[in-house]
Design a protein around this ligand. Structure first.
Ligand code: ADP
Ligand code: ZN
Ligand code: ZN
Length: 757
């Protein structure tokens, strides 16, 4: 029998191994664990296997077994050890991983590695079953036998065990042995680990395996009673429990979506089920996690990238073992093994962070829908600004539409208006009407948010005399001035440099041009010296805990003005914010990317939604030089829904997704001519069988055509349907792989890309 194993390597294939030599695996286990280890007969796909790989040993996952291998039998190596008796993924998750590798055309080994915590990839146990020890009959006899016969230490251990019998966890699984004693860890905390091994080999003690107790969680009552709209939404979702249904929950910002999630999750997990909640960024939504912990006393596991290895492993094990009843996590949590999955919630489903932008480029939102369908459970896609794909799925009746059109209680949607920057004087990007409004709201006791999606002090350092702009030496991009750090930084490659005092071309003095958040902070501090200010962007939030500190200053009311970037848009609830000023709505109005307007409308709506979330009315001011632009006027008069209807019509007209399917082949190399040659050859071999239903467009240079000294360009592949696109990619990519390329060439395929420039 041949084992086909997925290994964490960039090769798009499985690796063949012979089954481990009989006895080897067992011996290894008998020495470590002393209990009956996995036997060589249980070769279920989804278990982990330790194998030799070159000079290294790797832990891989068994995908299947076959009778014969195409590898020369003389070269075929034997696996070293079988690590699990049962798969490390529930069956649906295991299917999901294989499907995702296929759909995104990414090596299965890397896909699986992305789904497992590091310690499991290193071979640690997949469950936190503990061994609980008791004396055997022989052990009791030994203990009662005349002293002096044996080593005193061993006898001490036996005596200790006798004294501590029954101290360990209670076994809950059937057939796992007699009344439990201390665990291996308990014993090893008192005695040298070798000692336990010795007395076990002598047969004086025996272990039984004990599962951790399933956590009994207690549902605390909600403080609010649902509004009628919330009640209807909760009913619609709970009636669909037990089967697949996709629900779009379109609730304006502050409409009480989180309260809905809490209620439907309580219903979904009441009979022992588990719920998976995906959120864009945990660090940005501490309030959400806190609300879950308050409502459900136990069994909430949180999974995100900032966890330490062992916390991540413990959370994963709790999910896999069923003790965690609710898993809240960022995109990779979609791959968490949850055998009793009963419901999936994707909060802020439109958020770009659900798409991984490098390596394995998957969309966690899309995979969550696939998983829900395969697991036959409902999924809730919540947002105040649903993505156009999701709205189209609603239009096609594939998803249901659930609405929360209003904020509960006294809170009302904020009043939005445009400020024409051509008509008003401004100071460092702040118009007169905005300055007046800030003053008014501050003196009325409100807090103010000023949004600008650009960090740093100024986006360029400019010479008035000759027009020179400080460039990045490694990119086709300008350096951003960071005044507090006193350096120039490239936001594309991370290069840093000193701030030049005079122009590199003509020697005249240089001026910072334009505004970033740092400069806006400076201006606001000067204009409103009595209003303490907090700034939230990647620079102020870089240090651990820094973001929490900034948010706390706003929540406590100490800070009166909050300046920030994109990070402000996500889910924050600041009851005292009454005014939101959006400084520069125009970035994005004329961008080449077909999704730019959708992103802009979402950002504006989300930022605007931070205003007036409690009793006080909110006001939103949007500064623009193009107040007659249809995107802005639609957004003001008809709201996000009005915008979306128009935007979908444009997409249909232009045959962009969701009315077509795209993939991007991105490539980069130092040699621009040979990069172009490679992409042309790739396009050419695609065109040979692309047929009329697949278009291969390009090569075209990337928006930043040179980054970190590499030239970047791409091909865009377009087709009317997923199926056709998938068939094409499956035939084409192996040929691209075989093409020669320049030294240092890197390329990748991105299925359903979020950005196409
Ligand atoms: P969303 O998730 O849609 O942005 P939240 O769930 O955070 O909205 O709710 C916004 C605010 O409204 C919160 O302070 C929440 O406690 C409150 N809220 C939610 N539902 C109700 C309700 N039925 N009655 C009163 N207040 C509510
Ligand atoms: Zn100059
Ligand atoms: Zn650069």
């Amino acid at each position: 029998m041949i084992l086909q194993v997925a290994l964490d390597t960039p090769l798009r294939r499985l690796f063949d191994y012979k089954a481990p030599e009989p006895g080897i695996g067992e011996t290894a286990h008998a020495v470590d664990g002393l209990t009956a280890g996995p036997t060589a007969t249980a070769l279920t796909p989804g278990i982990r296997v330790r194998v030799p790989f070159g000079r290294r040993q790797l832990v891989g996952v068994l995908i299947g077994t076959v009778a014969t291998s195409s590898v020369d039998p003389a070269k075929l190596k034997a696996a070293l050890e079988i690590l699990d008796e049962v798969p490390v993924f529930d069956p649906v998750t295991f299917d999901l991983l294989r499907w995702a590798a296929d759909y995104y055309h990414h090596p299965i080994g890397e896909v699986i590695a992305a789904a497992l915590p590091v310690s499991l990839r290193a071979g640690q146990a997949a469950d936190d079953i503990v061994e609980s020890w008791t004396l055997t009959a022989a052990g009791i006899q030994e203990l009662e036998a005349p002293a002096a016969r044996r080593a005193p230490q061993q006898r001490a251990l036996l005596r200790w065990l006798a004294e501590h019998a029954g101290a360990g966890p209670t076994p809950i699984a059937p057939g796992v042995g007699p009344a439990a004693g201390p665990t291996t860890d308990d014993i090893n905390a008192v005695f040298k680990p070798a000692l336990l091994r010795t007395v076990a080999t002598r047969g004086w003690v025996a272990a039984c395996r004990v599962m951790p107790q399933a956590t009994r969680f207690e549902l605390r009552p909600s403080e609010v009673s649902l509004t009628d709209a919330q009640g209807q939404v909760v009913d619609a979702i709970t009636t669909s429990l037990g089967r697949f249904a996709a629900h779009m929950l379109h609730g304006v910002t502050g409409s009480g979506k989180t309260e809905v999630y809490l209620r439907v999750i309580a219903a979904a997990i009441a009979d022992g089920g588990q719920a998976l909640v995906l959120v864009p960024e945990i660090a940005l939504t501490p309030q959400l996690v806190e609300r879950f912990r308050q409502r459900f006393s136990a069994g909430v596991a949180v999974l995100h990238s900032a966890l330490t290895g062992s916390d991540r492993r413990d959370a994963w094990r709790a999910a896999h073992g069923g003790q965690a009843r609710i898993v809240i996590g960022t995109r990779s949590a979609v791959f968490t093994s949850m055998p009793n999955l009963a419901l999936i919630v994707v909060d802020e489903e439109h958020d770009a962070s659900y798409k991984q932008h490098e390596g394995f480029r998957y969309s966690a939102r899309d995979l969550a829908v696939w998983r829900a369908q395969r697991a036959q459970v409902p999924i809730v896609l919540g947002s105040a600004t649903p993505s156009l794909e999701t709205l189209e799925n609603v239009a096609q009746a594939r998803y249901s539409r659930l609405l929360l059109p209003q904020r509960p209680g006294a809170a009302r949607a904020p009043r939005m208006s445009l400020i024409d920057m051509r008509k008003h004087a401004s100071e460092q990007g702040l118009s007169q009407p905005a300055m007046q409004a800030i003053k008014q709201h501050l003196s009325a006791g409100g807090q103010v948010i000023v949004f600008l999606n650009r960090r740093g002090y100024a986006p360029s350092l400019f010479c008035n005399a000759c027009g020179w702009v400080a460039p990045c030496a490694h990119c086709d991009a300008r350096m951003t001035l960071h005044r507090r750090a006193d350096e120039l930084r490239c936001h594309h490659c991370g290069a840093r440099g000193p701030v030049p005092l005079i122009c590199g071309e003509c020697g005249q003095p240089l001026n910072p041009v334009g505004q970033g958040t740092e400069r806006v902070e400076e201006t606001l501090t000067r204009l409103y010296p009595d209003a303490p200010l907090a700034r939230l962007d990647r620079d102020t939030a870089a240090a651990r805990g820094a973001m929490e500190a900034v948010l706390e200053r706003v929540h406590s009311g100490e800070a009166r003005i909050l300046v920030g970037t994109q990070m402000l848009t996500k889910g924050h609830h600041f009851p005292d914010v009454t005014l939101v000023v959006i400084l520069d709505a125009d970035q994005g109005l004329f961008a080449s990317d077909y999704r730019a307007t959708e992103r802009l409308a979402q950002t504006i709506t989300q930022v605007a939604g931070r205003a007036g979330r409690a009793a006080r009315a909110g006001e939103v001011l949007i500064q623009t030089a193009f107040p007659e632009h249809p995107l802005l006027t639609k957004l003001i008069t008809e709201g996000y829904e009005g915008f979306a209807v128009g935007a979908l019509a444009e997409r249909r007209e232009a045959e962009w997704p969701p009315y077509s399917r795209l993939a991007m082949l991105r490539a980069e190399a130092k040699d621009t001519a040979r990069l172009d040659e490679f992409l042309r050859a790739a396009a050419h071999c695609g065109q040979r069988f692309a047929a009329p239903d697949v278009k291969v467009l390009g090569p075209a240079p990337a928006l930043i055509a040179r980054r970190a000294d590499h030239f970047r360009a791409h091909l865009l592949i377009e087709s009317a349907t997923r199926a056709v696109l998938q068939r094409f990619l499956a035939r084409w990519l192996p040929q691209v792989e075989a093409l020669p390329g320049p030294p240092g060439l890197r390329w990748s395929i991105d299925v359903d890309p979020l950005e196409v420039d």
